[in-house]
Design a protein around this ligand. Sequence first.
Ligand SMILES: Nc1nc2c(c(=O)[nH]1)N[C@H]1C(S)=C(S)[C@@H](COP(=O)(O)O)O[C@H]1N2
Ligand SMILES: [Mo]
Length: 313
Amino acid sequence: MLIRKPDDIPSSEITPERVYMNRRDFAAEVGKLGLVGAIAPGLVGAAPPDAAFPAARPPLPRQEELTPYEDITQYNNFYEFGTAKDDPYRNSGSFRPRPWTIEVSGHCANPGVFDLDDFLRPHTLEDRVYRLRCVEAWSMVIPWRGFPVSRVLRRAEPTSAAKYVAFTTIIRPSEMPGQRSRILDWPYREGLRMDEALHPLTLFATGLYGRDLPNQNGAPLRLVVPWKYGFKSTKSIVRMELVEEMPYTTWSAMAPNEYGFFANVNPDVDHPRWSQARERRIGEFRKRPTLPFNGYGSQVAPMYADMDLRRWY
Ligand SMILES: Nc1nc2c(c(=O)[nH]1)N[C@H]1C(S)=C(S)[C@@H](COP(=O)(O)O)O[C@H]1N2
Ligand SMILES: [Mo]
């Protein structure tokens, strides 16, 4: 059995449908799995949770609990709906996440414009618990439902010219009041290097807590890149484009001295206006230390072996 190093995260894959009977049960089940448990992906689905955990398990670096559904869905960053933390929750009620189309374009053999259902149909959804670390120094633990972005890329068949993937959020000012003012250079755009997009931790999420994604969390489809600051995780995606050059990204263009393209979580590199050494886990009082790569270092650090991680990327 593969045991993850203790600095690693619980990308637990929890399959039994019965855990979703309601949110409390879900939390209880995930708790039993030992959220930060050193568990290999795939194991949980294959055996009852207790069987997957023989007595010997490395000590957990910390106690971690799922962030309550109410916090995950009422404390958000989604500037298309406003800049206050509860604006997305309050202002996204009339947003229509269906019908929806997604364009896959650029350097690939199989580009296309897909109806959301056709886009999702080939993929088996998984439940994965990830930490989310916002660049503003707060964090959550979120049980996402989704599938690896790599599966979509495989179907798209990138050509050798495809070095990066650019993701774009919808523009719909009639339903997104934040887009009626120019607080950001709409549409919201983000991007990943190809190896990052192909990494097995990188997800397209369609839900959380076993339910469809609420509008304020990026319905119907958003990116989740758990070792990077939250702004990399583009919400309500309408286009992914395979490109040769590092793509334009909203925040790094807006404030290049504060936000970089890579934006890997790094407690040793402070934001120009605040420390990144610690974070406030929503729902907790005391701050906790921030981990390099948000705790996913053993899985992702090799991708950056030749980069100077002390630079502000
Ligand atoms: N389109 C879009 N995507 C976005 C944002 C945004 O303002 N617009 N905010 C980002 C930031 S800063 C964070 S921390 C996460 C927050 O995701 P959550 O609200 O689901 O926790 O979404 C990211 N994705
Ligand atoms: Mo963020």
